[in-house]
Design a protein around this ligand. Sequence first.
Ligand SMILES: C[S@@+](CC[C@H](N)C(=O)[O-])C[C@H]1O[C@@H](n2cnc3c(N)ncnc32)[C@H](O)[C@@H]1O
Length: 215
Amino acid sequence: MINEVISRITIGTEKRRSQFQKGFKSFSKLHGLKGWEGWFSPYDDEIYKKVLKNIKKEDVVLDIGAGDLRLSLQIAMRVKMVYAIEVNPKVLGSALKIIGFDLPRNLVAICANAMDISFPKEITIAVLLMRHCQHFMDYVIKLRSTNCKNLITNIRWKTGVESINLTVNGENFSQFKNGWYACKCGAIGFFSYDNNIIEQNFPIHEVENCPHCGI
Ligand SMILES: C[S@@+](CC[C@H](N)C(=O)[O-])C[C@H]1O[C@@H](n2cnc3c(N)ncnc32)[C@H](O)[C@@H]1O
């Protein structure tokens, strides 16, 4: 049944791209959404598959920037509870209208700016599919104040989806000598303290306090 609901939602995708509608600029300004951060554009099934594979049935999931709920609905079929937060009332409202009475009991849809509200303490995993997000570090800080253990996101590597363990601290950048890094602020890069050292197999170092933090 949920697949049929998702098909119904998918038909109206173009109408939901409200970034091209009158008033969107001031709506973005009101919510402090920068660049393309507030643009609604759903990802594809390949990306969703990668997310779903990282979720277990006992998880309580927070989907941040949930768009028209097409992923949240799929998550809800697999887990205990999903909280889906979407700032754009046109995107979420039209999706809810289509879903109607088929809205699963374990899917709580919240129309709000995720920066403004407290996250439920009981969440165990968060999903943040928002390639143009400008507030990655803020979300990491907020999630770390809950029970959330992992963050599944495409923000740092853009085309790739990763699961970040939020319970362990990354290496301190000041101790980091050489190689690829990915920071909790959202930055990625290559750093070499000594140009003669080049790592052979390019592991990615999870770091905190990189030179981009706070910029
Ligand atoms: C690129 S779309 C992806 C939608 C959905 N995650 C998907 O995969 O179909 C990003 C969504 O995040 C929402 N968004 C951006 N900033 C937000 C915020 N601060 N709070 C809640 N939603 C936000 C946008 O309105 C948009 O619908």
